[in-house]
Design a protein around this ligand. Structure first.
Ligand code: GDP
Ligand code: MN
Length: 337
């Protein structure tokens, strides 16, 4: 199947001769990672690749966040990888922990049941804190206040190709708010009441729903049910101001009050994706064809001319999620057909 998605135009690319390029334009952007001290090996593995494939040329600053203080050893290993600025941040207590008004008895029963049923991370409280933090708080961290765009990177991911262009400038010039490389369905057991909660929000706030939105990616029946498709949020290049804006903040508050981050196990991926698809016009979403990326167990591998352009080392034919049976990319494509 051929790709119908737009490639990043030449004007965003580093010149092919590569010698005397002067950065005459930059976006207001940062590369952000959430991590634990114990993630250090995966952290440096990911960040070394970000440096080598992209950022040693562009030198965008890094922000690394944790709910506990980073150890000196952690900070040293990360700082040594780059000439760019690295800031290490501590997450405020109330941005991370389960709020007072959550009924802990109810929440812990859910964790027990989900653990018994082998729901992935179903028994974990820290995972729920992480999902809620990523859904509604990371963009309000003081270290991110000065930035407009961010690239989210996780420990232990793989970047297969050279990125000879500035994705942030592409986002900025083209007025994009959210971009992705992989889209797939969420586990139903983790989001049993998410869609009905979203529908309540839509009914109460029709003025916040974007005309010409991406509902067709999320639903196969005009919004009655959720098809569980979401952008895989371990990779994101997006606009922090979109999350900080009134529409998304009210949406997040509505979901948070419903309690599903703790009474179920709502992930930040469906929460972000539904927010981006409903609260922004669909033209503001973007699929980055060029970015060869793997987070276990799936990968996006650029094909044809883009594969060559990026000097990618992934297999574009045998291991590329785009049109794998489980991929939601076709549901994204149909938004534009
Ligand atoms: P998965 O990708 O859904 O399997 O989950 P991960 O274990 O990769 O976690 C997602 C992101 O959150 C990664 O960047 C982790 O480093 C981070 N993370 C997960 N749990 C915690 C936690 O308890 N504390 C901190 N500081 N980071 C966490
Ligand atoms: Mn991960």
């Amino acid at each position: 199947k051929t790709q119908k998605h737009d490639a990043v135009p030449d004007q965003y690319h580093w010149p092919a001769d590569n010698g005397t390029f002067v950065l005459d334009r930059r976006a207001n952007a940062t590369i952000v990672m959430l991590a634990r001290n114990g993630d250090i090996n995966g952290v440096v593995k990911s960040l070394k690749q970000v440096e080598d494939r992209f950022n040693k040329r562009f030198r965008y600053p890094y922000v690394i966040l944790n709910d506990e203080p980073f150890l000196d050893h952690f900070k040293e290993r990360v700082s040594k990888l780059t000439d760019a600025t690295v800031e290490f941040g501590l997450i405020p207590r109330d941005h991370w922990h389960q709020p007072e008004w959550i009924d802990e008895e109810k929440a812990s029963k859910v964790r027990e049941t989900m653990a018994k049923n082998n729901v992935i991370y179903g028994g974990s409280l820290p995972y729920r804190n992480m999902c809620r933090f990523n859904s509604g708080f990371f963009f309000r961290h003081e270290l991110l206040a000065k930035y407009k765009y961010y690239w989210r990177v996780e420990p232990d991911v793989t970047f297969f190709c050279d990125l000879n262009f500035d994705p942030f400038l592409f986002m900025q010039d083209n007025d994009k708010v959210y971009s992705f490389t992989i889209a797939l369905p969420e586990y139903g057991e983790t989001i049993e009441t998410l869609w009905q909660t979203v529908r309540e929000f839509m009914e109460k706030n029709p003025d916040l729903i974007a005309p010409n939105n991406g509902l067709g990616f999320l639903s196969d029946d005009g919004g009655l049910t959720y098809n569980r498709c979401h952008f895989w949020s371990n990779f994101e290049i997006a606009d922090l101001d979109f999350w900080r804006g009134e529409a998304y903040m009210r949406y997040f508050e509505h979901l948070d009050k419903a309690g599903g981050f703790y009474y179920e196990r709502w992930g930040d991926a469906p929460v972000h994706s539904i927010g981006a698809a409903l609260l922004a016009p669909k033209e503001k979403l973007h699929f980055f064809r060029e970015i060869g990326y793997r987070h276990e167990p799936f990968q996006h591998c650029p094909i044809s001319d883009l594969h060559k352009q990026g000097k990618c080392w992934c297999d574009p034919l045998l291991d590329n999620f785009d049109y794998h049976w489980y991929s939601c990319l076709p549901k994204y494509d149909r938004l534009f057909e």
